[in-house]
Design a protein around this ligand. Structure first.
Ligand code: GRF
Length: 192
C-alpha cells in the first residue's frame, strides 16, 4: 500500500509520518510505505528531507498553471503514478476542488491546526486567542468537498497559557500534530 504525502512548506508533519512508518515498521506490518512526497512549491523545505530519506520528491508548481483544474490534473497524474492507497495532505496549502476530492474519496486525509469544527480556514491560533479559548488543538480528518470538514479521525487538545502568542500556541499544537497524524494513519492501515 503506497502512501503519497502532499506538502507546501517545511513538511514537519510529513517527516513525523516518515519517521513513524520506519519506527513502527508499517512496511512489515501493513505492507505500507511512503512512496512519494509531492509539493506545489519547488522551495518546500520538506522536499530536501524526503530526498535525504530516499523518498521520491516531486514538484507540481501551481504557478505554472493558469487554472485550478489544470494544476489539479497534473497533480492527480503525479499522485496516480504511485497508485496510492492513501493521499495525505500535510501542511498542503492549496484548496482542492470537489472534483479532485471526489477522485480520492475515502483515501484523502488532512490535518488542521484547530479543534474542528471550530476555526476552519486560516489563522486558527490567533482566532482562538482572540476568542479567549482556554484550549486549542489539532484535528486529523477525512477530506470532503467542504473545506476543513469531513469525518474526524483524531484530535489533540493543548492548553492556552497566559501570555501565549499565535506562535507559542502554534508550536505547542504542532508538537501534538506530529503525534496524532501518524497515529491516525497507523489505525487506518491496521483496520484496512
Ligand atoms: C502548520 O501550521 C500545521 O499546523 C499545519 O500546516 C502547517 C505546516 O505544517 N498542519 P508542516 O510543518 O508543513 O507539516
Amino acid at each position: 500500500k503506497n502512501i503519497v504525502i502532499l506538502i507546501s512548506g517545511g513538511g514537519s508533519n510529513m517527516a513525523a509520518i516518515v519517521r513513524a512508518a520506519r519506527r513502527e515498521q508499517w512496511q512489515e506490518r501493513f505492507g505500507a510505505r511512503v512512496a512519494a512526497v509531492i509539493s506545489n512549491r519547488a522551495d518546500a523545505g520538506g522536499l530536501v528531507f524526503a530526498r535525504e530519506q530516499g523518498i521520491a520528491a516531486e514538484v507540481v508548481d501551481h504557478k505554472r498553471h493558469d487554472s485550478r483544474e489544470a494544476f489539479e490534473a497534473e497533480l492527480a497524474e503525479a499522485i496516480d503514478r504511485h497508485r496510492p492507497a492513501l493521499v495525505v495532505l500535510a501542511g498542503f496549502m492549496r484548496i482542492l476542488t470537489p472534483g479532485f476530492v471526489a477522485r480520492y474519496a475515502g483515501r484523502l486525509l488532512n490535518i488542521h491546526p484547530s479543534l474542528l469544527p471550530a476555526f476552519p480556514g486560516l489563522h486558527t491560533h490567533q482566532r482562538a486567542l482572540d476568542a479567549g479559548c482556554q484550549v486549542a488543538g489539532a484535528t486529523v480528518h477525512q477530506v470532503t468537498a467542504e473545506l476543513d470538514h469531513g469525518p474526524i479521525l483524531e484530535q489533540a487538545v493543548v492548553p492556552v497559557l497566559p501570555g501565549d502568542t499565535a506562535q507559542t500556541l502554534a508550536t505547542r499544537v504542532l508538537t501534538q500534530e506530529h503525534l496524532i497524524y501518524p497515529r491516525a494513519i497507523a489505525s487506518l492501515l491496521q483496520s484496512a
